[in-house]
Design a protein around this ligand. Structure first.
Ligand SMILES: [Mg+2]
Length: 440
């Protein structure tokens, strides 16, 4: 396969006239990613049930899945189901390298690639000349990934993102699925609602309670009815159950929330440790906002107490922000208001909501001073100073990793305090948390 750009197929001005561009999306997913990497690195683990994770399973091998194990299952329960399970805490930096290798190959095959944790969407629209038989080309791509990384991937080809991902799911592991537009209706009609992208456990519960179990039954509901039942997600599902998915590849969608959270190895009662961890999580969430050019107006803190009682409190900020100080301040107020139960905590997390794109008008400064715009989040000049500061902080972290520049409170977390301090470590990407995710 040559590394030609897909646009080359338009080089013949007569050839493409009158030809409609074929929409085609390729979804590539690494099979049992973390567990497969561990099995590759240590051949003695091959053909054994392996789970990667701490507290809960982050990824498990297909041998483990045969015992009913799945991602998100508590490790204690997993061990009871499969006593021969081999548990590995995981090596994030190594997984990152493997994922980067996959993405590098995808970029050679498509000019437009959207990267996720262990999967990628490639836009192959308009590549009829370059890939006249897409299935054959994708088989070649999969072989290339296998020889470069040793990992197997499952690929799905469809008219849009939804069908590409959906058809791939039916061909796991190490398979290739392809669905033509004329086959879509047949697949969708029989599909249980739970398998429709966008339907999570809670949505499924609501639908099943109403006797809606298949996509065909779901289609009986009107757009306003689904919207009233499931909110914004209902309107999206109205289109999905008809096979429509207009999300573009690499598109910058505004997420509804940005969340960061972690559980602890041991329950934590020390307020300083909890606050330091919350500050670190807020920093990560705020940085994510800035990277995507977004700002948030609402902030919530959620905790799980040692007796499994959950608590969540939310506050609306005076004005939308993407800067650390107002987010940290609000998060700490919320956390302190939740410590009345006097129990240790096993989980702490922050949720930013009411997110919107940063207005372009605020990017330039028209006047040097604007005292009337001062508010509870600090004066206008102070916000400008913070904005410049965090631009530099983000630049350093983009170059050297988040771990290159840490707050004093985070450093205290690493050193630990006598008693209940968590034994945390860090790499260039930041702290290594108990429940962590590569995308964070
Ligand atoms: Mg996967």
């Amino acid at each position: 396969m040559t590394n030609r750009c897909s646009l080359c197929c338009f080089s013949d001005p007569e050839g493409w006239k009158g030809t409609l561009m074929r929409p085609l999306v390729l979804h590539i997913d690494i099979d049992a990613f973390f567990a497969s990497v561990e099995q590759l690195r240590n051949p003695r683990l091959a053909n054994h049930p392996v789970a990667v994770g701490s507290g809960v399973i982050a990824s498990c091998s297909y041998e483990a899945r045969q015992h009913g194990l799945h991602a998100g299952m508590p490790l204690g329960k997993a061990l009871r189901r499969c006593p021969s399970l081999i548990i590995i805490r995981g090596h994030e930096a190594v997984y990152r390298c493997y994922a980067a290798r996959l993405f590098e190959i995808c970029h050679r095959w498509s000019p437009l690639v959207e990267e996720h944790l262990d999967e990628a969407y490639c836009d192959l629209s308009g590549t009829e000349r370059l890939y006249p038989e897409p299935e054959k080309s994708v088989t070649q791509l999969r072989q290339e990934v296998a020889s470069a990384t040793g990992l197997t991937v499952t690929a799905g080809l469809g008219r849009n993102r939804m069908f590409a991902r959906l058809i791939g799911k039916f061909h796991k592991p190490d398979g290739l699925g392809s669905i033509k537009p004329e086959q879509e209706e047949e697949l969708l009609k029989k599909l249980p609602v739970a398998q429709l992208p966008g339907v999570g456990p809670r949505t499924e519960q609501i639908l099943v309670r109403l006797g809606i179990e298949t996509v065909e039954q779901m289609r009986q509901l009107s757009r306003p009815a689904l919207g009233a039942l499931l909110g914004r997600n209902g309107e999206i599902l109205y289109e999905r159950c008809r096979g429509e998915d207009h999300r573009c590849i690499g598109g910058r969608e505004v997420p509804r929330t940005i969340q960061r959270g972690t559980s602890f190895d041991e329950d934590i009662s020390c307020p300083r440790t909890l606050e330091a961890m919350l500050e670190y999580l807020c920093e990560r969430a705020a940085r994510n906002l800035r990277q995507r050019g977004l700002e948030a107006r609402g902030i919530a803190v959620q905790v799980v107490h040692s007796d499994h009682v959950r608590d969540r409190r939310r506050i609306a900020l005076d004005r939308p922000t993407c800067l650390d100080p107002p987010i940290l301040e609000a998060a700490l107020i919320l956390l302190r208001s939740m410590q009345g139960r006097r129990t240790a905590l096993r989980f702490v997390g922050v949720v930013l909501d009411r997110i919107r794109a940063l207005p372009a008008a605020l990017q330039g400064v028209l006047f040097e001073t604007a005292p009337e715009s001062a508010g509870a989040n600090g004066s206008w000049q102070q916000r400008e100073r913070y904005k410049r500061l965090f631009e530099q902080v983000d630049r350093i972290r983009a170059r050297h990793g988040h771990g290159a520049l840490l707050r004093g409170s985070t450093l205290a977390l690493l050193q630990g305090t006598p008693g209940s301090a968590p034994k945390l470590s860090r790499d260039r990407h930041g702290l290594i948390l108990r429940t962590s995710c590569l995308t964070r």
